[in-house]
Design a protein around this ligand. Sequence first.
Ligand code: AKG
Length: 280
Amino acid sequence: MQTLSKEQRRRWEIDGYIHLEGAFDADEVAFYSDEIDRLRAKPGWEPTNLPRGHYGWVEHANMDPESFMDRRDLLSYNDAFIDLVDRPGVFDLIVDIMGPYLSFSMSQAIVRASTPEFPGYTHTDGGEGLRRIRVTESSRPLAMKAFYLLTDVTEAKCGNFTVFPGSHLRPFPELDEPIPTPDMPGAVPLMGKAGDCFLFSHSLWHGPSQNLSGRARKSLLYNYCQMFVRPYDYAVASEVAARCTPRQRRLLGDLGYEFRPGSYIYVPDDQVEVILQQSS
Ligand SMILES: O=C(O)CCC(=O)C(=O)O
């Protein structure tokens, strides 16, 4: 499998993220972009009036393709969303970063509308529990995401994925400081072309900037965690598993046997072999 270059490894360790250019070709960008538009008409998980970080079931999203959307648990909608779970090139690097004892833990399609009303925000991933857990530079992360950009973002204030480089390694903000905004000193609004991918650590402070570009910014996010961390999107592997390859099933938590004490903490004998196998 492909591994990080020396420079990518340096960037991961120092900055907490890596920019991969051209992860999708133009046809794939168009395909996934259209798929996101189609999701709006379908029932699914969206932010509702539930407490922070929880999603509620809705019959459909706002049908305007330029409006905000944040749809979770994408795999059942189209096998093309399953394919991204271990997409060659990107997944190889994720395994190089996370090691082979990993699970897939969530999928998400986000559309950031162009509007002066949303100022953007930043956060770390994984809720209150993971917020103050920062592993060392040389450690594998507990969780990380692949963020696929489906819209060109070549200037600031375009709904840029915005990061505080290096913030994955230090107390940031300190306990009594306000949550950082995407406009604070030190924030870097990332630029990229449709089809690029950013890999980033759960403990990196990140989030969307304001979008005043006049057009919506579309993206797909795939999250991975160490096997002993619980997935976000599902309690147990769903009917989707029947449409997956053995490696995808393993990533979705199918160990090949029923749960028993020790499962996920101690892994099946074939774990490394299954994860390192080439995609079929
Ligand atoms: O919409 C965005 O740009 C940010 C998404 C994000 O911060 C996240 O999924 O953790």
